[in-house]
Design a protein around this ligand. Structure first.
Ligand SMILES: *[C@@H]1O[C@H](CO)[C@@H](O)[C@H](O)[C@H]1NC(C)=O
Ligand SMILES: [Zn+2]
Length: 427
């Protein structure tokens, strides 16, 4: 969070020029000279310092307690405190705005390698393109995919999902996954879309995928926080939260991933609307969270959910419940086994190492999270939060040439997870 986020957004001044050059990246909120530091916070004393720094609203912890974005005018002070406490650090990103600018999406004419629906996953798609993609997928695969409206966002944008599955049997189980609860994590919608497309492409020839789509109905929502996602294309590339206003505060938005009702309000979420992990005024205060949870609970009356995944970045982790506690849940051994198979399947594709298990709670318990709700409230045994690429080299600003590799490896992880669940049901 930085104070500049409070200023009212200007319109995109470079619009006219940009039409001829490339995409419009006239961001009104800029990060010139901001650095991301990777801090070696390895003991209690270091952690205490990082906790103190977290109260400084101008510092944005990309990943607590290790990765922190620091504005230029704060750098000397932060470095001084790290040095005097003997905390080592590296500069992970030297100039955040330069990196953002260097990643401006190029709308190249005459693209090739398009899939059946006309997409190639070589660049990030914005919200209106993703909405169109949902329609195009449903039109391209009418016997396997239909569009589903899950609800509306705070600013009235549609939560557009796809229902993907064959009509081989009457009583199918269900699977839910989504991306982009945190809007700056652009690799999550891209990876979700890639995997969805691959399931549909592979259904014609891959017996495993035929089994998945014959057994399950997949409910897939690429963008759970459309207001935030749009805002990351128009005003602030690094916006994380929803865009609902907060009464009595100049700060906007709630952290969707602290707003779920299971253990809401416990430690590991902020009650300050200006914080990036603000839990909201009450559980399910965010209409996006309310719409998705209502949809899953309503659908659960007809279909049993076997798997729930919330895709984020970054960190390369397949995370199992609980996030709020170090207590092992009842089904921990099954969850841990299947998460492990998913992680090794991911690594086998491009060598991307993943860690897995009940990881959050060891370092930093967090409450009101998706995966705890999926398991604890919706009773979905296999309920996970996946942190996609990378481990911090680019963080939220993952280059577009990693979309396809991320999609390929995560798809392998999803298939390994489905195999693991199907195997468990036979036993
Ligand atoms: C989204 O992409 C389309 C091109 O496909 C472009 O016309 C539109 O301006 C873009 N919107 C934003 C907010 O970047
Ligand atoms: Zn996230």
């Amino acid at each position: 969070m930085n104070v500049k986020m409070l200023s009212s957004p200007r319109h995109c001044v470079s619009l006219l020029l940009a039409v001829f050059v490339s995409g419009c990246y006239g961001y009104s909120i800029r990060y010139d000279g901001y650095k991301v530091l990777r801090v070696d916070a390895s003991n209690e004393r270091h952690l205490r310092l990082m906790n103190q720094l977290q109260h400084d609203r101008e510092l944005d912890f990309w990943k607590f307690p290790k990765d922190v974005m620091v504005p230029p005018e704060k750098l000397a002070g932060v470095v001084e405190r790290l040095d005097s406490n003997g905390v080592a650090y590296d500069v992970m990103i030297a100039d955040v705005q330069k990196l953002i600018d260097s990643q401006e999406t190029q709308y190249i004419e005459g693209r090739h390698n398009l899939d059946l629906a006309g997409y190639d996953f070589t660049r990030y798609y914005n919200l209106s393109e993703i909405a169109q993609w949902v329609k195009d997928i449903a039109a391209t695969y009418p016997s396997l995919a239909t569009e589903v409206q899950v609800g509306l966002s705070y600013e009235g944008r549609e939560l557009r999902a796809l229902k993907v599955g064959s009509e081989q049997s009457e009583s199918k189980e269900a699977i839910w996954f989504h991306g982009t609860l945190h809007s700056r994590e652009w690799i999550s919608p891209a990876t979700v879309m890639f995997m969805t497309n691959q399931l549909l492409v592979d259904y014609s020839h891959d017996p495993d995928v035929q089994k998945y789509l014959d057994t399950y109905d997949f409910y897939i929502l690429p963008v759970m926080n459309p207001d935030g996602y749009e805002y990351t294309w128009t005003d602030n590339r690094l916006w994380r939260k929803t865009r609902s206003p907060n009464e009595g505060s100049p700060c906007y938005g709630t952290d969707g991933n602290r707003n779920f009702e299971f253990m809401w309000g416990e430690p590991g979420a902020s009650d300050d609307p200006c914080d990036n992990n603000y839990r909201g005024p009450f559980a399910h205060s965010e209409i996006e969270v309310k719409s998705v949870t209502d949809f899953i609970l309503d659908t659960s009356e007809k279909q049993t959910f076997s798997l729930f995944i919330d895709f984020h970045c970054y960190g390369q982790m397949w995370i199992t419940p609980w996030a709020y506690s170090i207590e092992e849940p009842l089904h921990y051994s099954e969850q841990h086994t299947c998460a492990g198979r998913a992680a090794s399947a991911i690594e086998s594709v491009h060598g991307t190492p993943y860690i897995y298990g009940n990881i959050i709670s060891n370092a930093d318990p967090a409450s009101g999270l998706t995966l705890d709700w999926g398991y604890g409230t919706a009773n979905i045994k296999h309920s996970y939060l996946v942190e996609l690429r990378d481990r911090g080299e680019y963080g939220f600003l993952l280059p577009e040439d990693q979309i396809i590799p991320s999609g390929e490896e995560t798809y392998a992880g999803l298939k390994a997870m489905l195999d693991c669940i199907l195997e468990g049901q036979v036993v």
